[in-house]
Design a protein around this ligand. Structure first.
Ligand code: SF4
Length: 475
């Protein structure tokens, strides 16, 4: 922003040229505004989805302040989390003293049922051995021997928030679940939503699973933590996956992962223990949700209830009513791999044209999946996936190869303004609009909500820019 303000007109104009775009895309060592957060933020989000769990950053206070403020600004809820406040002396002598003292205080003051410890960059750079430190903390009676502490190494100089989510989830299962035993397999479908910052998505999963009469556990489930009712008293540990169901997590009848790229480590770990695992794409668009319904119906062995068929029909009707506003429109998108696959699935179903797709935390597997999805539709032919690129690259793309709309989180608002196109806020974080996380973007109702957000934004633009003669009641 400051840079842009201080630019002369000529420089600003030059930033919008093909020449600058080429230079921008030639940069190798510098990242400007990446569309990703760091690993511990994902670990914290995951840990808050377990009953009575206190997230604990082994690292500096500043890191924890960043995770908490980002999540608080997105959800507009308090975010309970502590840190052991490593400073310069810990960087020299190691963070064991901080961890032991921190665990003792956190256990005594906040009375959690479980503590989830994850690391920040500083602890990883100096090579702190958190497993050994935890053993020493118990030896020193800082916390009781049997008290559960889940561990996750989450160095942020690699991976992103989705990697941290995955590592913490595996750590929580390793810590809390009893070993799988053939004669103790339960009847439950353990459903893993993945890194999802829409509390309404989690509630929608639970509603559909109940409708389909599937015995299930949502793991983790932070819907009541990040969208708590205001009843006059503050609860430090609202909701979360019950600890009894965490204890039985390895005896699950089956796991259903609802994101492909945010939990591969956990799914591989479970598969290695002979736990049946199925992974599907985030259930967005009609095809995405059909797959979810099909997987749950296969698990229950029952047919699809009429209510679900009815809801699907409502979504198809909404698509038919409004496809003309999206068909042929050009879109740029940025965000996490799973969200991008879901959004592109939806756009292709509506005849929208994804053109620029920026994914900072892309992987080769994601690239392959996205390219195959784009190749499957005539509407995907104009698209290019910019793997590993950032929002400054995206800005160059928007000003040199214009599109009609940008889909992404609040960080995209500057690029959208520079390109004079609307931004529909989808993803994380959304810090400059309210309540977006309270409406689902998954499921058949998610299809209707996406249509409403996108089409009404286009129509607002038409009204805002119309001449007097074309300012119509009907659009
Ligand atoms: S990138 Fe590293 S130093 Fe920065 S907030 Fe994340 S953990 Fe802390």
């Amino acid at each position: 922003m400051l840079l842009m303000k201080s630019c002369t007109k000529a420089t600003t104009a030059w930033l919008n040229t093909e020449e600058y775009k080429e230079l921008n895309f030639a940069r190798e060592k510098l990242v400007i505004n990446p569309a990703k957060a760091c690993q511990p933020l994902g670990a914290l989000l995951c840990a808050l989805g377990v009953e009575g769990c206190l997230p604990f950053t082994h690292g500096s206070q500043g890191c924890t302040a960043y995770f908490r403020s980002t999540l608080s600004r997105h959800f507009r809820e308090p975010v309970a989390s502590v840190s052991d406040s490593m400073t310069e002396d810990s960087a020299v002598f190691g963070g064991q003293t901080n961890l032991i003292e921190g665990l003792k205080n956190a256990h005594a003051l906040y009375k959690p049922k479980v503590i989830a410890v994850y690391t920040s960059c500083m602890a990883e750079v100096i090579g702190d051995d958190i497993k050994a430190y935890l053993g020493n903390a118990k030896q020193a009676d800082a916390i009781p021997q049997e008290f559960p502490v889940a561990l996750a190494n989450t160095p942020s100089f690699k991976g992103s928030h989705i990697t941290g989510y995955d590592t913490m989830l595996k750590g929580l299962i390793e810590c809390l679940a009893t070993p799988r035993q053939a004669d103790k397999i339960n009847d439950r479908l353990y459903v893993v939503p993945g890194f999802d910052t829409y509390t309404a998505n989690l509630r929608e999963y639970k509603r559909i699973l109940k409708l389909m009469k599937a015995p299930f556990t949502l793991l983790p489930d932070n819907s009541d933590v990040f969208d708590a009712p205001n009843l006059g008293t503050y609860q430090l540990y609202p909701g979360g996956t019950p600890l009894t169901e965490m204890n039985d997590a390895l005896n699950a009848a089956q796991y259903l992962f609802l994101q492909t790229f945010s939990s591969p480590t956990t799914s591989k770990y479970l598969a290695s223990l002979d736990v049946p695992v199925e992974t599907i794409s985030m259930p967005m668009g009609i095809a995405g949700m059909d797959k979810f319904v099909e997987s749950v119906a296969k698990f229950t062995g029952e047919g699809v209830p009429e209510e679900i068929t009815f809801e699907r029909g409502l979504a198809i009707d909404a698509m038919t009513d409004s496809h003309q506003y999206i068909h042929g429109k050009k879109f740029a998108l940025f965000g996490d791999p799973d969200l991008l696959i879901g959004l592109v699935t939806f756009l292709l179903e509506m005849g929208g044209l994804p053109v620029h797709i920026v994914c900072t935390n892309s992987t080769p597997t994601f690239k392959k999946a996205m390219e195959s999805l784009l190749a499957s539709s005539p509407y995907g032919q104009e698209a290019t996936l910019y793997a590993g690129k950032d929002l400054w690259h995206l800005r160059s793309l928007l000003v040199t190869e214009p599109v009609d709309m940008l889909l992404g989180d609040s960080h995209g608002k500057w690029a959208a303004r520079d390109a004079n196109i609307p931004l529909v806020r989808i993803g994380f974080p959304i810090t400059d609009r309210v309540n977006i996380h309270r409406s689902p973007i998954i499921g058949y109702s998610g299809v209707i909500n996406l249509i409403t957000m996108i089409v009404n934004t286009f129509l607002d633009e038409v009204d805002r820019n119309s001449t007097e003669a074309h300012f119509e009641m009907m659009r």
